[in-house]
Design a protein. Sequence first.
Length: 404
Amino acid sequence: MPIYEPGLGELVASNVAAGRLSFETELEQIVSTAEVIFIAVGTPSRRGDGHADLSYVYDVAREIAGSLRGFTVVVTKSTVPVGTGDEVARIIAMASPLADVAVASNPEFLREGAAIDDFKRPDRIVVGVEDDRAREVMTEVYRPLYLNQAPMLFTTRRTAELTKYAANAFLALKITFINEMADLCEVAGADVQAVARGMGLDNRIGGKFLHAGPGYGGSCFPKDTLALVKTGQDFDRPMRLVETTVAINDQRKRAMARKVIAACGGEVRGKTIGILGLTFKPNTDDMREAPALDIIRGLQDRGAKISAFDPQGMKAAAGMVSDVQFGSSAYDVAVGADALVLVTEWNEFRSLDLDRLKNEMRVPVLVDLRNVYEPHEVASRGFSYFSIGRSSETEAARTAAAEE
Ligand code: UDX
């Protein structure tokens, strides 16, 4: 597998073995026999303006146009701005005027690290189609999941395209809301975990995506929120809440380095800081927009030496940061450290042997940016403990939060 995704290797291997999955390099052959074609290429942020770069999507449309035979549904799975399906249809019609094609939009809502389960048990399947035959084909494609009770929402192509951005932007906003609330909790003497629970038990709000942390990262939220902001500007309907979300999240990732510095007494020059977890979330090797990158650079700028360990992300991280000493375990990284910073909540960091860690460290300071530990539990082992949005912490962290 070119990426780390739990269960994916086994799933691909078993379907190849069963003859249900094959890979080709000749486009003509697979396109001419296909009834449905999913376009699932990347739509990264275009350098400079944040607009989604659609060149890969349009390249596919151009490349397949000449080989389409019989009625074919071309489905955009990639996250694409509203109106992209229209352009895909136009490109195909220009290149191949006689092709019998319907273009549909079918956004994906998978989370990395849980992608297979999210696919098999989706909250909903959104399909944007303008053509009855295409609707039938898509119903057939998703029949197994439909029989599994997954709600299927048919809508127009433009509505489906926008639904994906609306969902991602709203989740990013929800996280950002609780992150700001966490900062307030820290100075106001409240506990953000309890606030989130008290809010989340309200069915209208829901408890998910209310976990305060170092800011969202990954391959989706950062780029999709930017792209939606751009769409809003293009249509002269600014998405002001999303614009603010993007700005707050960017600042937050940088502010986390200041939080660590404050936890170290305001000075990290010459000190060794151990980073536990590099990827933007657990169960992936994806380093895109990971908060760890901003934190490491922020600490290095202030003269800190960095050691780091991540169960899957070190290879990708090595190409994105410099002067980082990679360790072989959390305990390895703790050796001689003046502070440990838990950045990604991998399972193996949830039950660390705190006494062993403390013995390895030069100074027992733990900055827990995911609130994995209970403050009193860590403090009772002799650590100075700092987390997110919990008031039982020292004045240093409060001052840092106030400065942000
Ligand atoms: C996201 C969407 O969830 C998914 O529907 C879409 O298809 C792709 O983008 P993904 O980026 O894989 O999925 O991960 P997700 O679990 O959503 O986490 C994104 C970021 O938000 C991570 O950095 C995570 O740490 C952070 N996060 C998430 C929080 O800080 N708090 C939370 O409560 C939830």
